[in-house]
Design a protein around this ligand. Structure first.
Ligand code: SF4
Length: 283
């Protein structure tokens, strides 16, 4: 198999086969992310992709799921993406679920009919990339409406902490309100970690960015949850007093999630959380 480091695997599907159809990230400008900093965006040629598919067909001929790499493979225009999905179906005839990530802007150049055709080829689920620059609420609403119409399900990620203390409230309420006007399958969130080498850490060190502390991050998640009205699953990387906030039926569990967050804000061990965050090495 041909892989370009780093390889990001969706942690919720640790066993899905991976197929590299792009390298790096078309955007590569999020101030909190260094993941693909050393990688120039590129596309392997079809022979390489086909060689990998042959290998997958030999080792996992009954594969029903697959994750496309890398950061936003759905940036490929329809005319390049559709033949790749057709090849996946040819080599792995039992495939049902082709999962990949894309920025909201990656869908501007695809019509509803094209998105529907991609869904029919297996692209049933996508994760919308967690960037906070380069598009506006109107983009999110417009592109999500197209995905809804085409029957493609999508994940949203709330960028908990990325607006700093000064813009936390507006960022949080705006995100929740925009997400609430869409129909995501999953909404996820995890607190911002400032990793070495990121522009955001450098801004914080110069005093130009005012990061939230652990309590502030949790208060922001609480505000987000209070304002979110999506009938979806909810995923968070925050550990709250041992309670598992992750699961389906967000609206049915919303009151319990709010109560658990409030309790953690009042009684949680913030120093322990900060120590755990300091041990993180990737997003
Ligand atoms: S967070 Fe995602 S979209 Fe932003 S630079 Fe990193 S990989 Fe690219």
């Amino acid at each position: 198999m041909h892989f370009t480091e780093p390889v990001y695997r969706n942690p919720y599907w640790p066993t899905w086969p991976l197929l590299e159809i792009t390298r790096g990230c078309t955007h590569n400008k999020c101030k909190f992310c260094t993941m693909y900093k050393g990688v120039r965006f590129g596309v392997p040629d079809m022979e390489t992709i086909e060689a990998d598919l042959r290998e997958l067909a030999a080792t996992d001929p009954h594969a029903r799921t697959i994750q496309l790499l890398s950061a936003n493979p759905l940036a490929l225009p329809y005319d390049r993406l559709a033949p790749i999905l057709e090849k996946i179906n040819e080599y792995l005839p039992e495939i049902e679920y082709i999962y990949g990530a894309g920025r909201v802007t990656d869908f501007r150049n695809k019509t509803v009919e094209q998105l529907r055709a991609l869904r029919d080829l297996g692209m049933r689920e996508i994760r919308l990339e967690r960037i906070n620059k380069g598009y506006h609420a109107a983009d999110i609403l417009e592109q999500c409406a197209k995905l809804d119409e085409a029957g493609v399900r999508y994940w949203h990620t709330f960028l908990n902490g990325v607006a700093g203390t000064s813009h936390s409230r507006e960022h949080t309420i705006n995100s929740a309100k925009v997400f609430s006007q869409t129909n995501p399958m999953v909404v996820g969130t995890g607190g911002l970690t400032l990793f070495p080498g990121t522009p955001l850490l450098e801004e914080a060190q110069r005093g130009e960015f005012d990061p939230l502390d652990e309590r502030g991050l949790l208060e922001e998640v609480l505000l987000f949850v209070e304002n979110l009205e999506c009938d979806c699953s909810f995923i968070t990387h925050h550990t709250v007093g041992g309670a598992n906030l992750t699961g389906p039926d967000f609206l049915g569990r919303k009151e319990r999630i709010v109560a658990a967050l409030r309790d953690e804000i009042d009684h949680g061990d913030m120093e322990r959380m900060a120590r755990r965050r300091a041990m993180k090495t990737t997003l």
